[in-house]
Design a protein around this ligand. Structure first.
Ligand code: KG4
Ligand code: ZN
Length: 349
């Protein structure tokens, strides 16, 4: 058995988890800062970093206690290195480096987007190849997984991420932060056909959501108060789901992937799950709701599968000088652009 301790601090959740063999959660501890950032309508990076610093040591102790293990039972320490907020990532990276040094364990850096997809290994007997739709607050990507922790990006948003569109529309509707769960709840009671919002037409397998957010704003400007918030939420939610599902199904046909995997915070969305399940001709897999949003179990799982890959470039060691924080999607390490004619954006992450 190989046991990894994972640390996640890329945004506003401080999380530490222990996972065995990449699939079995032994402990999964999380402290959300949502209530703290709510008053500002979004995450304040400096406050987030300070909060991580305050709670990370207690969470490490708690995760070890709940898993009933000692440092000598561990096989490695994993942490998110990006994409995310640099100040918050540095807290997790520094804590991981300290544990790796003190406990004499390998240190493994994990990409946050790959980790979101790895959340699916925790509750499903899933193995590659598959097509993943990663929809989070900061990213929207279609990824072709050829190995457990390696993927090619075959499409991504050219402006706002799907979760960002949810958060911005929720703000317009006065629903607070984060907007996804609130819109999802209201949409369940609304008429999704009342307003017709445009689905952006973008090349290849890329997405765009900024026009949709503007369309909702223009629609609200024409409506009298009180707004029919439930109908607006349902119509917006239907448009986001259809946009995501249409591109995903096209990409699945093109790549001939035998499975579609959903990941990221927006993967919790009820309409998206229902539509994808109804329209896909191949099995659709998604994580349980609590593992869709940021957590550290997905980081520990990603680290295990990275190590299994036995790829020198990916393998952790105690002097892991590669381990630096990055804020944006990693530039391609090597180009393997077999979809070059169809996809303008291809990278190995
Ligand atoms: O993956 P995540 O926890 O953080 C990032 O890595 O960005 O995703 C957070 C995003 C937020 O934008 C939030 O509004 C959205 O996921 N979200 C949802 C739902 N639950 C969370 N969006 C739509 N429907 C939901 N049920
Ligand atoms: Zn995330």
């Amino acid at each position: 058995m190989a046991i990894y301790l994972g640390i996640e601090t890329s945004c506003d959740e401080t999380a530490v988890a222990i996972v065995a063999d990449g699939r079995q959660i032994m402990s999964n501890c999380l402290l959300s800062q949502i209530d703290l950032h709510k008053q500002f309508g979004g995450v304040v990076p400096e406050i987030a970093a300070r909060e991580h610093l305050e709670s990370i040591n207690d969470l490490i102790d708690l995760a070890m206690k709940q898993a009933s293990i000692k440092p000598t039972d561990l096989d490695g320490i994993a942490c998110t290195t990006g994409p995310g907020l640099i100040g918050t990532l540095l807290v997790g990276i520094a804590a991981s480096k300290a544990l790796s040094f003190a406990w004499d364990l390998p240190l493994i850096g994990v990409d946050h987007l790959i980790a979101h997809v790895c959340a699916n290994y925790l509750k499903n007997e899933l193995s590659p190849p598959f097509l993943a739709l990663l929809v989070s607050g900061g990213h929207t990507q279609l990824m072709h997984f050829t190995d457990f922790a390696q993927a090619e990006i075959i499409g991504q948003t050219i402006d706002d991420a799907a979760g960002e569109a949810y958060d911005k529309v929720a703000r317009l509707l006065g629903l607070g932060y984060p907007g996804g769960p609130a819109i999802d709840r209201l949409a369940a009671h609304g008429n999704a056909n009342r307003f017709s919002f445009p689905q952006a037409s973008v090349d290849g397998f890329n997405f765009s959501f900024s026009g949709l957010k503007t369309a909702v704003l223009r629609c609200l400007e024409k409506l009298e108060q009180p707004w029919p918030v439930e109908d607006v939420a349902a119509s917006f939610q239907k448009t986001v789901a259809l946009t995501l599902v249409n591109k995903t199904l096209k990409a699945q046909q093109f790549t001939q992937s035998p499975k579609i995997v959903l990941a990221g915070g927006v993967a919790a969305n009820s309409t998206l799950r229902k539509q994808l399940l109804a329209l896909s001709t191949v099995p659709v897999i998604f994580p349980p709701i609590e593992l869709c949003t940021d957590n550290a179990a997905m980081v520990a799982s990603a680290a295990y599968f990275k190590q299994q890959g036995n790829c020198k470039e990916l393998t952790g060691d105690k002097q892991n000088t590669d381990l630096v924080a990055y804020s944006r999607v990693k530039p391609s390490r090597k180009t393997r652009n077999k979809f070059a004619d169809c996809f303008p954006l291809t990278a190995i992450i």
